[in-house]
Every structure is written in C-alpha cells, then in structure tokens.
Design a protein around this ligand. Structure first.
Ligand SMILES: [Zn+2]
Length: 474
C-alpha cells in the first residue's frame, strides 16, 4: 500500500545566557563534573528558583525570529518524573502557557507550522564508565533550554527524512543568526526528538505516532526516520497495528528498540510551580527585542541576491556559516564589490576554514583581504601573487601591503621597461613566436606571457603582457 508519512519534531536548544535558568551558576560547559552547581539547580530542599530575565528574552527572540505570537502571560510548571540525572525529581518547564505560540519556518517552498516554543531547564548528564558503572554530572542541570514543537497535524507538514533534516538545519541557522543559541551539535547544544506516523495515501485520519528520543546528530536523525518509516510500512502491510510508544535509536546497530509505551502529558502530573510567579511580558519588551534582532538568514539571502546580484548558490554558501557571512558583510562595507568579495571568500577563505563539522575562525583581517582584492582589481598585484600573500599573512599579524612590498610584488614596472622586456622575449623565442603566428595556439601565448612574467619577476600585469605580445605577433 502507498502511505503518507507525517513527521513531527521536538527540538531542544541550549540558550546563550551568562547564567543558568533559575540560579546564579554560570552557563558554560567544560568544567570538572559537579563543580558548577548549587542548591537551586540540584533542587535541595528549601532552595528557591529565581527566573533569569535574559533566558526569557532569548526565548522571545527565538520566537520573534520564527514569526511567533508571544504570550503576555507565561507560566512555569513542574514536570514530575524520576530519573537519576534530575536530582529534584521534577523539571521546571511550561505546558499550558508557554512563552511562544504559533510560528513557522520557511523551508524551501514550504511554510511549516510550529506549535510552540517553551522555556525549561536542562537536566544533568549520565556518564557511562567502561567498567559498567554510571556516574552523574549535574553541571548541565538548570541550563536554560528552549523546546520547539512542530505542528504535525496541519498542512503542510514534514514528509520525509530529507525534509526533517532541512528543517533542523534551517532552524539551527536561524537560532545562530538571531544570537539565541550556538547549537553546537557535537556538544549536545541542539538535540531532536522525532515522531513518525503513517497513514494511507490521501487519508484525512492520522496514524499512531511513534517517538524517538534524544537522537545525537542530524545524520542519525535521518537514519532513524528512514528506519522507522520502513518498520511501520512492514507492520501495516502485514495488517498489523502500530503501537504508540517511545523507541530508542541505536546508531551503532542501525535500529531502534522499544523504550516505553503509552506516555502522555498526564503521566508527568504537571502543575504550576508554586515557587515561581507567572511571567508578564509587556508589549514594550517585545518591541525592544524585535528592534535589536540581528539580520536573519532569509533577509540576508534576499539582500545578497537582490541588492548584490549574487547567485542563489553563492548566497547559500556565504550564509552557511555566520562568521563567513559576517566577514562578507564587513568586507563589502569596506569595498563595495560584492561579487569580487564573494569570489574571494567562497574560494580562498572557505578552503582555509571549512572543517568536517563546521567552519573554523577566519584568520585574516578584513583590511588585509580588502587590500589584496583592491590591488588585484587595480592591477597593482597579480592574482597568483596576491594568493601567496594571503597565505603568508593568514594566521599572523602581518600586513598584506607590507608583505607584498617586502616580496617585491607590487606592479610598478613602467611601460617602456615592459616593452623592452616583451621585445627581448619575442626576439629570443623566434621559433616559438613563428609557431604561434601559424597556429594561434593559446598555450603558446601563455608560454610567452610566462617568459615575460619571469623576466619581470611577476611585477607586470599578465593581461597587459598578453595584449603587447599579441600586438607584436600580428
Ligand atoms: Zn545553580
């Protein structure tokens, strides 16, 4: 039978704030286990949480970046469950009145609806040792986390593993550009739960959904979804029934296993946290955050393609990493030749910073790159020499201009001197010149240009030299 696939996502992202969500512990990873926690974030009896205003602002910012409505009153609730990484046996979260309701994310030509974004605290982390024991590190407990839940029961929805990944990548980009989260996947700063259901093609009735929790990395999300679609197809084709359940994805084995069945929000016994007041959010606060929103990927893309005339491909390459598009913007502000700047950045710069998992730092100043681009365009330095200078100043404090001068690469040869050299080369290579006259082979021309460049030690402009040789060999 043919089926429609319906995919829902719940995406957790750790917010960028100085301190944790309800206490004064710093919000940063990498400390010795259990050294960055206090009575509040481990939930000792009598400790009282105090809401971090910045965490609320960041949640609103995330919501505004995704076209959400912001609730004027938001409420924190206790989500009760027992697990060793949650010492106080409940998580402060939001259920009935989250901060953000009804947003969307534009992915390709689909405007995918999003149900909500709520603010909650992260749990600690279990660390499994080689000897089979399990340790717990509470440092991460209390880190502010936003959970975004897609609207799977409305059109359009996510229909394939590829679309789910496109959604996650775009969402990650929006969060990073808005400045709300770093979303470093390897550090677990962005994690996704996925639910999948199948229904007969064209049917209006949704099937039973199966959830998969906390899958690390987008590649694993893709594999887990494909596996789940195939698993459900098999069951339905055999006339079976899909059980509502939560499954655990095992990336090494490439399959998933039942974790628990039939879990509903009632099971968590949510109730408003009596230690925290409702949060009132004013129109003025929302407007303030809206006004300070940095440019988002879709806006920048429209500018790059419209105002700057770049291709969609180039715009996407520049926007893939925020440090790259920031650098591009800075260089264009300095040297208003977007296409030239784009070419240098997407080739020379990208080749030096692209890693397997992202982009490393750009180790050249905008002044240096702009100087090189300008002087190549003004024919004061050859492109190849400019690239050598770029390599020489990369990762150093050196100035490109001084480096080019020290290497004697500035083109300052006067016309008479150049004519003399060209004449000499043409005379000394009479045989080659004759061959060129006969065959008009560009390779031969390039050879002659090369000879002249060698004589001038690269200080002539290759285009000028080529024109002169053509003139002499007519
Ligand atoms: Zn704390």
């Amino acid at each position: 039978m043919e089926y429609d696939v319906v995919i829902g996502l719940e995406v957790h992202a750790e917010l960028k704030t100085n301190t944790k969500c309800f206490c004064a512990c710093v919000n940063s990873a990498g400390q010795e286990p259990n050294t960055n926690c206090c009575p509040v974030c481990v939930g000792l009896p009598g400790a009282l949480p105090v809401l971090n205003k910045k965490a609320v602002e960041q949640t609103i910012r995330a919501g505004l970046a995704l076209g959400f409505n912001i609730n004027r009153t938001a409420v924190f609730e206790r989500k009760n469950y027992f697990y060793p990484d949650l010492a106080k046996a409940y998580q402060i979260s939001q259920l009935v009145k989250p901060i953000c309701v009804r947003g969307y994310l534009q992915v390709g030509n689909k405007k995918l609806p999003i149900n909500r974004i709520h603010l909650e605290e992260d749990a600690g982390k279990l660390v499994h040792s080689n000897d089979g024991s399990t340790l717990v590190d509470y440092n991460r407990g209390g880190v502010p986390l936003i959970e975004l839940v897609t609207e799977a029961l409305e059109e359009p929805h996510i229909e394939s593993a590829d679309e789910a990944i496109a959604f996650l990548e775009k969402l990650r980009q929006v969060y990073i550009y808005a400045g709300v989260a770093d979303c470093i996947i390897e550090k677990g700063q962005m994690r996704a739960d996925v639910n999948v259901s199948l229904k007969p093609k064209g049917s209006k009735t949704y099937g039973t959904k199966v959830e998969m929790k906390n899958i690390m990395g987008f590649k694993s999300v893709h594999r887990a979804i494909e596996y789940e679609i195939a698993r459900q197809k098999d069951i339905l084709d055999d006339g079976g029934v899909i059980e509502q359940e939560t499954r655990k994805w095992d990336d090494d084995k490439g399959m998933s296993f039942t974790l628990r069945t039939k879990e509903n929000s009632e099971d968590y016994r949510y109730f408003p946290d009596p230690d925290l007041l409702a949060v009132n959010i004013s129109e003025a606060e929302i407007e303030n955050i809206r006004k300070t929103m940095p440019p988002l990927p879709d806006q920048l893309k429209a500018k790059y393609m419209g105002e700057f005339g770049l291709s969609e491909y180039d715009a996407d390459v520049l926007l893939q990493f925020k440090n790259v598009s920031d650098f591009f913007n800075e260089c264009v502000a300095e040297y208003n030749q977007p296409k030239t700047v784009c070419n240098w950045i997407t080739t020379e710069i990208m080749a030096r910073i692209k890693t397997e998992t992202g982009a490393g730092p750009i180790l050249i100043s905008k002044q240096n790159l702009v100087w090189l681009m300008k002087n190549v365009d003004n024919k004061k330095i050859n492109r190849l020499n400019a690239k050598d200078v770029l390599s020489a100043v990369w990762g150093t404090e050196k100035s490109a201009e001084q480096e080019a001068k020290a290497r004697n690469l500035i083109i300052d040869i006067d016309t008479n001197a150049l004519d003399e050299i060209v004449n000499k080369v043409v005379l000394n290579n009479a045989g080659v010149v004759a061959q060129f006259k006969a065959e008009q082979d560009p390779k031969i021309l390039n050879f002659l240009v090369g000879q002249v460049m060698k004589e001038t030690r690269g200080k002539a402009n290759a285009g000028d030299v080529m024109a002169k040789i053509k003139e002499l060999t007519k």
